[in-house]
Write a protein that binds this ligand. Structure first.
Ligand code: FRU
Length: 544
């Protein structure tokens, strides 16, 4: 059974050698999807988030084709209906009226035996062409670009008979990959950016143009990476010789290019002139180890909203045993930030989930003492903390702590080295979970306080720091009393200026999906109040 690493290695090998085919698991095992014991197990799984979007079961990775259409937020994602492992990619589909509550819809795309996507429908985007929603995605193997259209309000999708619409990279170009199209409109023309790269040289983005989404002309490179940025590694994605999931869009008076490579989402802000992109400022969209393959949408308010795949931090075996893997991040509203960097803030709609509120103010934090708040505990919280580091070496929050501290996780600002980290050595007593301390460079100005906004949702931690850094990671506490919350300082004392904690309301009663019921005329196939349609025979709804 393929691990994620094998999966990516296969995709690289397919470009070099051609003809490598994944196992014949494209057949959907409907019996597993209807499996009631699995539903019960997932509903009771304490590691499963309660207010993040995730499929009803099984494997998900990248967000695909996020699209605001006719008053609803549509989200597609890479999905394997056969289990919690990365094979036979389909496009899962969910819809939301408010960015928070989701309803699962039938699978949008499934591989067509003998078709150009016979081994998987990989990542891509969705646009609306003359009122017709159209998905542009990568079929494998070999990697080629395909399209599918919907005539019934995005319930079923019809694949274009002329697929693939772009069969291969430009002639004579030896690439490390050719996937994950991003399409946008300029005047009367469509433009398409594809993630690619060249061995020993770096990632690159190929730019195409079309009048109708079906016929494309290659123009030139939109931009390319530098050899000096490559890291040692085995496959082109980990070295940086391949850029996955490009997302390209205007932001303020600049343009942003986002790519995923080397385990991170990397952004460049710059100028887009005569169809060439000139990067000026670069950075990471997330300092953590679990945020990847980000893609954005624009909504009716004109907000540019970014979504990412929050991957697991535990073994493949543990993922398969759990019956699910992968979570969608919370929506991040993008702005042109401080000194031309990418500004990110959680969409305000999430505040609708705030329940019971706790507030503390003006308390000293003394080094060496271990203390947890008595009145506030939980594994489903929004935490807003303002901390004054003073002369401490490090200051931060402790969460998911047992009363004895045997299990605990720290969100740590290391003042002396200028770093923001999540320390996970003691996050879990279980074997087989990641225990590293993901994070990166993050420094406060002399007179600046540390402003943390933390979304804790079972095994998911998403952190926004001072409106200019994000850090996403995973933890898997084993004890049911790992619910404590506290503050700490090291080296010297610090001060808690203010702490607000909200207990978050779940978006469903059972960690499976949401109670939201869309208007019946739009989504007639999705009757079940608890959203269990996601378990039912997705094969019936696959694209024709
Ligand atoms: C990124 C990625 C994409 C590819 C998809 C396959 O995580 O490797 O490049 O299209 O996943 O699931």
């Amino acid at each position: 059974m393929a691990s994620r690493r094998d999966f990516l290695a296969l995709s690289a090998a397919s470009l070099l050698g051609g003809g490598i085919v994944l196992s014949n698991s494209t057949r959907i095992r409907a019996e597993q999807l209807k499996n009631e014991p699995l539903q019960e197990k997932l509903a009771a799984d304490p590691q499963r988030p309660r207010y993040h979007l995730l499929p009803p079961a099984n494997w998900m990775n990248d967000p695909n084709g996020p699209l605001f259409w006719k008053g609803q937020y549509h989200m597609f994602y890479q999905y394997n209906p056969n289990g919690a492992f990365p094979e036979s990619m389909h496009w899962g589909h969910a819809v939301s009226p408010d960015l928070v509550h989701w309803k699962h819809l039938p699978i949008a795309l499934a591989p067509t035996p003998g078709g150009s996507d016979k081994d998987g429908c990989w990542s891509g985007c969705a646009v609306v062409e003359q009122g017709v929603p159209t998905i542009v995605y990568t079929g494998v193997f070999p990697q080629a670009q395909c399209i599918a259209r919907s005539d019934d309000g995005m319930t079923t999708w019809r694949k274009y008979p002329g697929n693939p619409v772009i069969a291969a990279p430009p002639q004579g170009m030896e690439t490390t990959g050719f996937r994950d199209p991003c399409v946008w409109r300029e005047g009367e023309q469509w433009f398409l950016a594809i993630g690619s790269g060249v061995k020993d040289q770096g990632g690159m983005i190929l730019l195409y143009r079309s009048g109708d989404l079906s016929h494309w002309d290659y123009l030139h490179l939109l931009c390319k990476g530098r050899k000096s940025e490559l890291l040692p590694g085995k496959d082109p994605v980990s070295t940086g010789e391949m850029w996955e999931c490009p997302d390209f869009f205007p932001l303020g008076d600049k343009h942003a290019l986002i790519v995923s490579t080397q385990g991170a989402v990397v952004y460049s802000m710059g100028r887009y002139v005569n169809q060439y992109f000139h990067p000026e400022v670069q950075g990471k969209a997330d300092l953590g180890d679990c945020y990847y393959a980000a893609r954005s949408m624009v909504d009716e308010k004109g907000r540019r909203i970014l979504w990412g795949w929050i991957r697991e931090g535990r073994s493949d075996t543990a993922q398969r045993a759990a019956g699910w893997a992968g979570v969608m991040s919370l929506p991040r509203v993008l702005t042109l930030g401080h000194e031309g960097a990418l500004g990110m803030a959680p969409a305000s709609e999430i505040e609708a989930l705030r329940g019971k509120h706790h507030r503390f103010e003006g308390l000293p934090i003394v080094p060496g003492s271990f203390s947890l708040w008595k009145s506030v505990r939980g594994d489903s919280l929004e935490i807003q903390a303002e901390l004054e580091p003073g002369a401490s070496e490090a200051v931060g929050l402790t969460l998911r702590s047992t009363p004895d501290g045997k299990e605990q996780t720290s969100i740590t600002y290391k003042r002396t080295s200028g770093q923001l980290l999540v320390e996970r050595e003691r996050s879990s007593l279980s074997p087989g979970v990641d225990r590293g301390s993901p994070g990166g460079a993050f420094a406060l100005a002399e007179d600046e306080t540390l402003k943390l906004r933390v979304f804790l949702d079972a095994s998911v931690i998403e952190i926004f720091a001072n409106d200019r850094a994000c850090l996403t990671t995973r933890i898997y506490p084993s004890r049911s009393d790992s619910l404590g919350l506290g503050t700490f300082a090291r080296g010297d004392k610090a001060r808690l200026k203010a702490l607000d904690v909200w207990e978050m309301r779940p978006i469903s009663a059972n960690r499976l999906t949401t109670k939201f019921r869309p208007p019946p005329n739009r989504l007639s196939q999705c009757e079940n109040e608890e959203g269990l349609e996601g378990f039912a025979t997705p094969g019936n709804n696959r694209a024709r």
